[in-house]
Design a protein around this ligand. Structure first.
Ligand SMILES: [Zn+2]
Length: 282
């Protein structure tokens, strides 16, 4: 088994996961601009300033994401993202808020990180809802950063979220044969060093703390796994699982205006703290 793995890994490194630079070049050529992403050319010449945030509502269009009894992930996360963006714009008018989607349409995972990279975003926040196929009793929030999963549960979340690439037309070409069903491919993906790991974890911790303290959520903590949507981002980036749609009580909460407002406010508070901290010099 060990010999087989050692023999296979270098091959996978070459065939499954190309150098990020090479991918990024491909990505630039392949991507098409979306109507609802405003993308003026800017340069960030003050590294301690948080100027641009990209808000990514997971799924959309032909991809509903996970399903609750009454709603679907794509619908809930769009509302959460729009509410979060509204708060940021209202409280911090100088911040550029860019959405990867602001309506119900499909956006490829590669395009989501490309929007953030093209706009030289300072922070990338991807918002999702969770699902537990085995039990409707599981509930609570989790915030992920790019890294190696420690449990099968964390791997399962990444596999489910990454499997949306199967709905993309040229996914084998775009992701160089990445197989969203393969645990080994996820280990390889997670092993790419993310230069912004520390800042990503810092923001993720603030989000989970804020869920606990200001939205009275059960926080399942900050976790790591290999997410395709975070892989190519060139800035601190997190993926928030705002709760389980497979838990009936949490689904009702996430569908309600009050619940959405609380979740968005909690993320906003974490964002404001993080901004203040980095602008004070780290
Ligand atoms: Zn999702």
């Amino acid at each position: 088994m060990t010999t087989l793995l050692l023999g296979t890994l270098p091959l996978l490194a070459l065939t499954v996961l190309p150098a990020p630079d090479a991918v990024f070049q491909d990505q630039k050529q392949d991507t098409v601009r979306r109507n609802d992403a405003q993308e003026p050319d800017v340069t960030n010449d003050a590294p301690n300033q948080l100027r641009t945030v990209v808000l990514d509502a997971g799924h959309g269009g032909k991809d509903p994401g996970c399903l609750g009894r009454k709603t679907r992930e794509s619908r809930v996360v769009l509302k959460l993202v729009l509410e979060l963006g509204r708060k940021i714009k209202q409280e911090m008018p100088k911040i550029r808020v860019i959405y990867t989607r602001s309506s119900d349409h499909f956006v490829e995972l590669a395009e989501r990180s490309a929007i953030a990279n093209r706009n030289r975003a300072d922070l990338f926040i991807s918002i999702h809802c969770n699902a537990s196929p085995s039990s409707s009793r599981v509930y609570g929030t989790e915030t992920y950063t790019m890294g190696l999963h420690k449990t099968q549960g964390n791997l399962d979340v990444a596999k489910r979220e990454n499997s949306v690439i199967l709905k993309e037309d040229n996914y084998q070409q775009t992701y160089k044969g990445f197989n969203p069903n393969s645990p080994l491919a996820h280990i390889m993906l997670a092993n790419y060093q993310h230069a912004f790991m520390g800042s990503s974890i810092n923001f993720a911790e603030k989000v989970e703390r804020s869920f606990r303290s200001s939205a009275d959520r059960k926080s399942n903590g900050v976790k790591q796994a290999g997410f395709v949507v975070l892989w190519r981002t060139t800035m601190p980036s997190v993926l928030i699982e705002a709760g389980y749609l497979t838990n009936p009580t949490e689904e009702v909460y996430l569908m309600s205006e009050e619940g959405q407002e609380e979740i968005a406010s909690a993320i906003y508070k974490a964002f404001a703290q993080y901004k203040q901290e980095i602008e004070a010099g780290g």
